[in-house]
Design a binder for this molecule. Structure first.
Ligand SMILES: Cc1cc2nc3c(=O)[nH]c(=O)nc-3n(C[C@H](O)[C@H](O)[C@H](O)COP(=O)(O)OP(=O)(O)OC[C@H]3O[C@@H](n4cnc5c(N)ncnc54)[C@H](O)[C@@H]3O)c2cc1C
Length: 343
């Protein structure tokens, strides 16, 4: 089988590494090699990534930059600490470079229609979804991120501040050596101002500014995920946990499912819908929150489902999920949204 992988982000590069022993595989990337940089905060769970890396012959420990102890959650009136269980930042650029090092690649090619001569064309173009049909319900969060050096870092661990309307959050994640990714995503578009103010307030030296929207529509609503000989993986088919904007591990999960179902795309579709079914619940919750239709009493069952998902997957997310933390966060966000608690 001759396969084209279009888009060499984390899903595309993982696929190239997984497929190139058994198939003839070629990769196409829109950006020039010298300009390529993964727009991302580079945070992930080291537990899960260590397992996934073994399948492509890499040792995840070689890429870790910083392992967190606690997540400092700024709720306005107080900073609440949540224990971490393996959340880390890693060198995503070097990781992707190592994944593709044995592959045949063409950089600087913007692919808008399936390249001819391939049995299978994989749309791994992330948010762009350049080859598959448009999505009807395309929810996304605009983001911006600065790479910053702080002489006096404001926080020495993972830090997050949700926006008042629960429409997104600001993050400040350590990369080691006084380097940080400071970014924000906000459905109500206050992200640019929030990041600028944060970095100015803490007198950070800005080394780079990047950003792009994150899709939060889950796979159930990103169908079709295959048409003829074109099949999607990663953010192109909505593999982002809508609550956190976490897409690295979910994109690799989708790539792994495709490897397992390469010759049966209908099976691949069914597997994706099954794996990402919990994301539809979270998406429903987020949609209600964004439309200001959250009712604590009515939505308790939905919230409990989300809590259980996180509770049984602490290692997977790298974050300890305790009911008292969960309730505190939800309660504060809910009261802040209604203006009962001032920042
Ligand atoms: C600011 C920000 C911070 C984030 N932080 C985190 C985080 O800390 N942890 C986490 O887990 N997730 C995070 N995410 C989400 C995560 O980065 C993505 O969900 C994940 O990288 C998606 O992987 P992908 O390979 O599907 O797409 P991408 O990584 O977006 O890769 C798609 C590739 O396709 C290329 N491309 C696009 N169109 C074309 C075309 N027409 N022809 C050829 N090539 C094309 C692009 O240039 C790109 O290289 C963040 C996202 C953003 C925007």
């Amino acid at each position: 089988m001759k396969i084209a992988v279009v888009g060499i982000g984390v899903a595309g590069s993982y696929l190239l590494a997984r497929l190139n022993e058994k198939y003839i595989v070629e990769g196409f990337e829109k950006l020039e090699k010298s300009r390529y940089f993964p727009i991302c905060a580079w945070a992930t769970s080291k537990n899960e990534m260590s397992k996934l890396c073994k399948r492509v012959g890499l040792n995840f420990d070689d890429y870790i930059l910083y392992v967190g102890r606690e997540m400092l959650l700024d709720l306005g009136r107080e900073i609440h600490s949540i224990k971490l269980r393996g959340l880390c930042t890693f060198d995503k650029l070097r990781f992707e470079e190592d994944l593709i090092k044995d592959s045949r690649l063409k950089f600087g090619v913007d692919v808008r229609s399936p390249p001819p001569g391939y049995d299978l064309v994989i749309d791994a173009t992330g948010f762009n979804r350049s080859l598959l049909p448009r999505i009807k319900e395309n929810y996304f969060i605009p983001t911006v991120e600065y790479r910053v050096k702080f002489r006096e870092p404001p926080y020495d661990d993972f830090y997050i501040k949700p926006f008042k309307e629960a429409s997104g959050y600001l993050w400040c994640f350590p990369l080691g050596d006084s380097l940080y990714h400071v970014g924000a995503g906000d459905y109500l578009k206050r992200h640019l101002e929030a990041v600028k103010n944060f970095v100015e307030k803490h007198r950070g030296e800005v080394l780079m500014k990047i950003g792009r929207p994150i899709r939060i529509t889950p796979p159930e609503y990103c169908q079709p995920i295959y048409v003829d000989n074109i099949v999607g993986v990663g953010e192109a088919i909505g593999t982002v946990y809508p609550m956190l904007g976490e897409g690295i591990i979910p994109s690799i999960y989708s790539a792994e499912s495709l490897v397992e179902n390469l010759e049966n795309l209908e099976n691949y579709r069914k597997t994706i819908l099954k794996i990402f079914n919990p994301y539809s619940t979270v998406f429903e919750f987020i949609k209600r929150a964004l439309a200001s239709r959250l009712e604590l009493k009515r939505d308790l069952a939905l919230l409990f489902k989300i809590y259980l998902h996180m509770r049984f997957k602490e290692e997977r997310y790298g974050i300890q999920a305790r009911v008292k933390d969960f309730l505190k966060v939800i309660k504060t966000i809910y009261w802040r949204k209604r203006g009962f608690v001032k920042d």
